[in-house]
Design a protein around this ligand. Structure first.
Ligand code: NAI
Length: 630
């Protein structure tokens, strides 16, 4: 028969995020003249007691002397401690309630504030071992019960010794005094809890690090809030991705490694083997070989719009979902388009150029308002349609042409053909996508159809326009002004030169592919992509995934979720159903979507099921990945 297990849990900076006496100091010294100084002193003494550099009794006595606390201060202290219970303890009340008899709180803190906190989480009052305050007649806290072993140096091991626990003992705590239990031979293992503080000297002594309670519960094979501890999910972030993204992924509990530059294929092959989430921008090539070596990879986040740098098919075959940020910079491009329309209508590029060279060219000739002019938008997608609404508010009449039927926003009018748009617009702005068929879609024939004096803007893709034809039409005066942000050949980096026949032309704005480059867009990307990835990891939702079948799943509650990714071959779905039926599993919900390559089946089931189901489902031929979520 297996031995019973006992779980010894520390309170300060483990069960709660902070040291209770530090908070008590803030309360009791609130109106004290030398408050900040005294609090700093107390914090220093607390640290001294925790890291083993000062004896515990000495640290406790010195702190209480400085505190000048009163019994009445404890009510507020308890209220404040309730607010700072460690998140992973809040999530895992099920474990404490289930092991009420085996969970002990052993702390060098004080019962007066520990009991009211831990009781709410199911800990038995008689399983709380901690110090006790002593008060004078006026209610002032003057000292502590010296008969309590926990007030002594080495108090925790002595306390566990007295408990005479007959079984295996596991200690979870953040301080040196917790390690002492194991050191003195009264615990089988010591787990350093690092959700709130990480002390190197404690970590060095620990059998294992537990960055959150789930890690401890996972190691102990106990019931927990998350099927897989998030601290075990390794994230690799490359290429100057905005700090907000790193913060968000770290806050989720993942282990995030960050490298500001990209990686070569060889470097990535080496680095990827134990990575679960990869974050890149446009430079890192995620090739088939990289994906082959990614043994644990669940998702790739492209912190940009394009995903050409990723072998999407290889990722799909390996069950790796890819997410990008398709509309995070839409607004930025639209604002640039509006700005260029105004600048070009006023002939401003030339005027700015002249005045910088000391030439005064005050004249209204060739300058127009945009109000009442007709803007023709080619490609009424995310950018085109957003430009449409903004342009209308500035007084432009909007016409658009798209290959697909698109809902006209506001008062915009759809054109039946590209020709009709070209013939009727005062301003033409291109916002088509970069599909190969669009190469050279605007050339001499199309320019010929435009009105004389047209303003022409391309912020979409360089190859869409025949540059030579554009140059000729600017030179001939057919085009009054042009704005170009994208080119058929663009320099690889800022240190490479830029060459184009468009250089030096009149009333022409050239910009280095910065339509979407704003700090707001970067922030949006940093928020959007991690959001999608976290959602995928936590619920299996693939909303907006570039390669996976898109399913938006309800949040999981009171169920376990089986996520089965398999090759899209006949018979697999039937096999999943057979296995679930064989074990009489109660299915709460099932979701299924396929594409040409994979099938994505999500089954929510009742929490109670035999472990064997999972094994059988994993074994189905054609299974690419299988996860259990709860
Ligand atoms: P989107 O995919 O939402 O919209 C493109 C629209 O163009 C679709 O509605 C599509 O049906 C339509 N379309 C494609 N070919 C067409 C054709 N030959 N004639 C008429 N309609 C056609 O794309 P989104 O996000 O609006 O982006 C538009 C363009 O802007 C893309 O080429 C993108 O690469 C580019 N872009 C440029 C940026 C910059 O920094 N300059 C930043 C972001 C996007």
């Amino acid at each position: 028969m297996s031995q019973p297990k006992y779980f010894i849990i520390d309170f300060d900076s483990t069960f709660t995020q902070t040291e209770a006496l530090d908070i008590l100091a803030e309360i009791s010294l609130r109106n004290h003249e030398n408050k900040d100084n005294t609090i700093a002193k107390i914090k220093k003494i607390t640290e001294g007691g925790m890291d083993g550099s000062m004896s515990f009794r000495e640290s406790l006595q010195r702190r209480l002397d400085l505190l000048e606390a009163h019994q009445d201060d404890l009510t507020e202290l308890i209220e404040r401690l309730k607010e700072v219970v460690s998140p992973s303890f809040k999530r895992n009340t099920g474990f404490i309630k289930k092991y009420r008899d085996e969970v002990f709180i052993v702390s060098n803190g004080f019962k007066e504030f520990i009991v009211p906190i831990v009781k709410d989480y199911g800990v038995k009052e008689e399983n709380v071992y901690a110090n006790e305050f002593e008060y004078n007649d006026a209610g002032r806290i003057t000292g502590f019960n010296k008969d309590n072993v926990l007030s002594e140096n080495n108090g925790k091991p002595r306390q566990i010794e007295k408990l005479k626990l007959d079984g295996e003992v596991f200690v979870l705590g953040d301080g040196y005094t917790d390690f002492e239990i194991k050191k003195e031979g009264f615990a089988n293992k010591f787990y350093a809890f690092t959700e709130n503080v990480k002390r190197d000297n404690v970590l060095r002594k620990a059998d294992h690090e537990a960055p959150m309670l789930e890690e401890f519960l996972f190691m102990q094979k106990l019931e927990r809030a998350h099927s897989y501890p998030k601290n075990r999910i390794k994230v690799l972030i490359l290429e100057h991705i905005h700090q907000d993204a790193i913060n968000r992924l770290t806050k989720e509990g993942y282990q995030v490694a960050f490298r500001p530059v990209g990686m070569t294929e060889e470097e990535l092959i080496e680095a990827i083997s134990d990575v679960s989430i990869l974050g890149i921008r446009s430079k890192t090539q995620v090739t088939e070989k990289v994906i082959e070596n990614a043994k644990r990879l669940l998702a790739v986040g492209a912190f940009c719009i394009g995903t050409n740098q990723i072998n999407l098919e290889a990722a799909l075959k390996k069950g790796v979902a890819v997410f990008n940020a398709p509309f995070s910079n839409t607004r930025s491009v639209v604002e640039l388009a509006i700005a260029e329309i105004i600048l070009l209508m006023r002939n401003l590029p030339d005027k700015i150029f002249d005045i910088h060279r000391g030439k005064w060219t005050k004249s209204a000739s060739g300058s127009f308002e945009i109000r009442g002019k007709t803007l023709g938008i080619v490609g009424y997608g995310k950018i085109g349609s957003q430009l449409s609404t903004l342009a209308e508010t500035a007084g432009l009449n909007v016409r658009y042409f798209d290959l697909e039927d698109k809902l006209a926003l506001g008062n915009a009018t759809a054109c039946a053909s590209l020709d009709s748009l070209l013939e009727t617009s005062d301003i033409i702005s291109l916002h088509v996508d970069g599909r190969p068929e669009n190469e050279g879609m605007i050339g001499e024939t199309e320019f010929a159809k435009m009105k004389k004096g047209v303003i022409f803007i391309n912020l979409s893709r360089g190859h869409v326009v025949n540059v030579e034809a554009l140059v000729q039409n600017i030179k001939s005066g057919k085009i009054h002004g042009a704005g170009v942000d994208v080119f058929p050949e663009e320099p690889l980096s800022n240190s490479h030169p830029f060459k184009s026949p468009l250089l030096g032309l009149r009333n022409t704005i050239l910009t280095p592919h910065i339509g979407g480059s704003t700090l707001e867009a970067q922030e949006n990307i940093a928020d959007f992509v991690p959001g999608k990835i976290i959602d995928y990891i936590n619920s299996g939702s693939t909303t907006n995934s570039v390669n996976f079948p898109n399913i938006t799943l309800p949040a999981l509650s009171r169920a376990h979720r089986f996520i089965h990714i398999h090759k899209n071959e006949p018979g697999i779905l039937a096999e999943i159903s057979n296995i679930l039926a064989k074990y009489g599993i109660n299915i709460i919900g099932q979701y299924l979507k396929t594409n040409e390559v994979i099938g994505y089946v999500i089954t929510d089931i009742d929490k109670n099921y035999p472990e064997k189901v999972v094994k059988d489902l994993r074994k189905i031929e054609g299974t690419i990945k299988f996860r259990v979520l709860y």
